[in-house]
Design a protein around this ligand. Structure first.
Ligand code: URA
Length: 423
């Protein structure tokens, strides 16, 4: 086959035949198709889309580029969750041990953050001693003994996606639904989970701002999972405002532990419970009493065992910031708006995220919200506190927050946190 022919088919709005598409992905991974050619193909796909069958073939070809894991020997069902990402989204931390406390295995392969999005592994690395890298044998043993594992995806999983994603990142082609869906689902299917729940975000802090595009992405991914024999459902959830009160790393771990102790912010608890119900239903436990496991300490026991198994000390002090700066209310009123994206960018500028893949993150950096939209405040009341190791970071973070929040007279109506369930 010839890469130029494949590019022309997609450029002219056609469907690429299966053999050609498989060849294109394989040849690109091996270096026979040039970056320039794959970039042209990605752009043509962004502009002209793909049919369901093409997306399935694309996904399959990316799975075939690497290893496939299997947990069939565990003797218990496996169920995973994937979130398209948002500001303050620490849900994996309480969710994985909560679901595992029902005897289900949760193999949660996670990533690190880039740009304003935090990575689950970065957050957990706030815990002294905790390590993200596990061998496949260690992962399997932990799934058997503890049930929950949150660890780094090995480099052998869908290497085609790794190469293609880096190319999309620098060619303005990340936002193509067929490419996003095949990227995410190739990794999840290769991981070998029996079932999967997708948390697809929409709103100003989400990767897909528009709810209709988020719904299309969710439907595409659910279809891909189902076609591949992975029982998949999705929740469409709102990301206009940060999730919970903590945005950062160590502070997000602290908030997750509050949820596991039966407390925590209402929105984090609501989403954790909604996703846990979905996951347990797919694992055959439709009537699981999820709230009880949070209230009676079973989820916390499972968290402690998970952290210990990966070398972490669940009782250790988490890193504390050297400098803080609190912003207060200029007048009394009701908080009408706290916008996710600027808060994410501000936390990033404080050092909670990284600009380049090789940068470190600062675990103590971030933002703690003292109020959420809908809350009444008195004049002078604290709104949020910035944390950093160096006060020189505050001005640029405050710049990002310039128009990010508002105090008004009346409460504004809000979209529900969980908007829709897609099956
Ligand atoms: N996350 C992924 O893993 N892939 C994408 O294409 C987008 C988000």
């Amino acid at each position: 086959f010839d890469a130029v022919d494949v590019i022309r088919i997609k450029r002219d709005g056609g469907a690429v035949p299966e053999a050609e598409l498989r060849w294109m992905v394989d040849a690109y991974t091996r270096g026979y198709v040039a970056d320039a050619q794959m970039a042209a193909f990605a752009m043509a796909t962004l502009l002209n889309g793909m049919q369901r069958d093409e997306i399935r073939v694309m996904t399959d070809a990316m799975i075939a580029s690497g290893e496939r894991m299997s947990f069939t020997g565990l003797g218990k069902p496996t169920v995973d969750k994937h979130s398209t990402g948002g500001v303050g989204d620490k849900i994996t931390l309480p969710l994985a041990p909560l679901v595992a406390s029902f005897g289900v295995a949760v193999p949660q392969l996670s990533g690190r953050g880039l740009g304003h999005t935090g990575g689950t592994l970065d957050k957990l690395e706030s815990i002294p001693g905790w390590r993200a890298a596990l061998s496949n044998a260690e992962m399997t043993a932990q799934l058997r003994d503890v049930g929950a594992v949150i660890c780094a995806a090995g480099s052998g999983l869908a290497p085609a996606d790794k190469k293609l994603y880096a190319l999309r990142d620098v060619t303005g082609t990340v936002e193509a639904i067929p490419l996003i869906a095949s990227s995410i689902m190739s990794k999840k299917i290769a991981e070998g989970t029996d079932s999967l729940v997708l948390d697809v975000k929409f709103g100003s802090g989400a990767f897909m701002r528009d709810v209709d595009r988020a719904r299309e992405l969710a439907r595409t991914m659910v279809a891909l999972g189902t076609d591949s024999g992975v029982a998949t459902t999705a929740l469409l959830t709102n990301m206009d405002t940060p999730l919970g009160r903590a945005i950062g790393n160590a502070n997000e771990v602290r908030e997750s532990v509050e949820v596991l102790a039966g407390g925590g912010p209402a929105d984090v608890v609501e989403l954790t419970i909604a996703l846990a119900r979905e996951m347990l239903a797919l694992a055959g436990q439709r009537d699981a009493d999820v709230e009880a496991a949070l209230a009676d300490g079973r989820a916390m026991d499972s968290w402690r065992a998970m952290i210990l198994a990966q070398g972490g000390d669940p009782d250790a002090e988490l890193p504390a910031p050297r400098e803080t700066h609190t912003v207060t209310a200029p007048r009394a009123g009701i908080v009408t708006r706290m916008e996710a994206l600027p808060f994410g960018i501000a936390a990033w500028r404080l050092g909670a995220g990284r600009a380049r893949a090789e940068d470190p993150v600062i675990h103590a950096a971030g933002i703690d919200l003292h109020v959420k939209p809908g809350d009444s405040v008195a004049s002078g009341a604290p709104l949020f506190t910035l944390s950093a190791q160096d006060a020189a970071r505050f001005p640029r973070a405050l710049d990002a927050l310039e128009n990010a929040w508002e105090i008004g007279e009346a409460e504004v109506s809000r979209t529900p946190l969980v908007l829709e369930r897609i099956t």
